[in-house]
Design a protein around this ligand. Structure first.
Ligand code: ADP
Ligand code: MG
Length: 338
């Protein structure tokens, strides 16, 4: 029997589903031995090495801004994750897989081919690709084949994918290279500029999880986080320092980046035909991806557009859930690319 896997190959995280269960959820990163090019570690294990490498080791995130930046590393990663997810340990025997893989709407033909080739080298015999916003919509449980306008905003690590879907197709879309990574960078720069503390991106990301907010005043249903105590290195003296940062400061320093995402959303709304626009006003707009977890984001976008935003349940898994739903009925969904 063919193994069936649904794969969300994100810039930040890869999620693999099998039979409605998450069998792999790891950061999209590999560690490679510089001299030989051999794979040393993958996912969580490779992430532990990030920022701690020596000249013998490089860590690579093969996907940057939603696209494959390093084809060789991407192939090693895709193969490694498929093997790990399916529990296949034998190097001699590659099982054959039926796969559904999410790809960014903005992918070029070369990138699409790279994903397809890598997954075929990893044993994919029947490979279907699906655009990520379509997969998110399925994962959220929307009726994507209906003559109804639905809109998805998926804020990932490298890209924000914005799409309007109706009748099983993408009617209007925008893929912008502004998302979670940019927000993390804003935080690191702010801490260095305003608090005189040098922190690495992994620490800045932790701060974003703990006190990330897009509003100076959070709505009543959002829990207000305590200020976060940063421990880092003073940028001038290199002495260890401690400093406190509040969610209001984070909202302030990421404001410009969040505004760029708002502009991207507005552009898609401008392109949306009036009938579908009315559906969207009625149904609201769905937020997915890790960026949907930023405090206050639904409220902020609702205020900016005048249309209600909803955060998807478990937004980091929406694409994976949708790819998994598609895998069960491949002939039912005309948008799957064989
Ligand atoms: P991708 O599809 O590109 O792999 P994901 O949907 O997995 O991206 O989201 C990853 C991004 O979401 C990262 O930038 C991460 O920092 C961010 N993220 C994850 N959890 C949270 C959170 N609780 N608050 C804010 N941002 C988050
Ligand atoms: Mg994603």
């Amino acid at each position: 029997m063919k193994h069936e896997l649904a794969i969300d190959l994100g810039t930040a995280n890869t999620v693999i589903y099998q039979n409605d269960k998450v069998v792999l959820d790891e950061p999209s990163i590999v560690a490679i031995q510089s001299r030989t090019g051999n794979l040393m570690a993958i996912g969580h294990q490779a992430q532990l090495m990030e920022g701690r490498e020596n000249p013998g080791i490089v860590t690579i995130r093969p996907l940057v801004s939603g696209v494959i930046a390093d084809f060789n590393a991407a192939e090693l990663m895709i193969k490694g994750f498929i093997q790990k997810a399916s529990g296949a340990h034998s190097k001699l025997f590659t099982p054959s897989y039926k796969l559904v893989i999410g790809i960014p709407k903005g992918s070029t033909p070369v990138e699409i081919k790279a994903v397809r080739d890598s997954s075929e080298h990893a044993g994919g015999r029947e490979v279907y690709l699906v655009y990520e916003p379509m997969a998110s919509a399925l994962g959220i449980g929307l009726n994507v084949l209906d003559p109804q306008g639905n809109m998805i905003v998926d804020i990932g690590g490298g890209t924000t994918e914005i799409a309007v879907i109706s009748l099983g197709g993408i009617v209007a879309s925008n893929s912008i290279r502004v998302a979670g990574n940019e927000i993390t960078k804003d935080i690191a720069e702010y801490l260095s500029r305003q608090h005189g503390v040098k922190v690495g991106l992994p620490t800045a990301e932790q701060i974003k999880f703990k006190v990330g907010s897009v509003l100076q005043e959070l709505p009543a249903d959002v829990e207000v986080p305590e200020p976060y105590v940063i421990r880092g290195k003073n940028i001038v003296t290199a002495h260890p320092v401690e400093s406190e940062v509040t969610y209001q400061e984070i909202a302030h320093c990421i404001d410009g980046t969040v505004h760029k995402i708002e502009e991207g959303i507005q552009q898609v709304l401008n392109q949306t035909p009036p009938e579908l626009y009315s559906d969207i006003v009625e149904n609201g707009i769905w937020l997915a991806g890790g960026g949907a977890l930023l405090r206050g984001i639904a409220q902020r976008f609702t205020d900016a557009t005048g249309i209600t935003f909803h955060v998807a349940e478990d937004p980091l898994k929406a694409v994976g859930r949708g790819a998994c739903a598609a895998l069960k009925h491949v002939s039912h969904y005309p948008f799957l690319m064989r």
